[in-house]
Design a protein around this ligand. Sequence first.
Ligand SMILES: [Zn+2]
Length: 47
Amino acid sequence: MQNDPVCGMEVNEDTKYKLSYKGKTYYFCSPLCMAEFKKRPEKYIQH
Ligand SMILES: [Zn+2]
């Protein structure tokens, strides 16, 4: 399982809502969270 970086929910890796950003893959619970991440990725990335 992975954590959705936007809402914190656990997400299965086989979800279709995923996206690569700066060499790392992020998984999302819904298209809404994915869209939110795309808008402001830096807000959601753990540094
Ligand atoms: Zn979410």
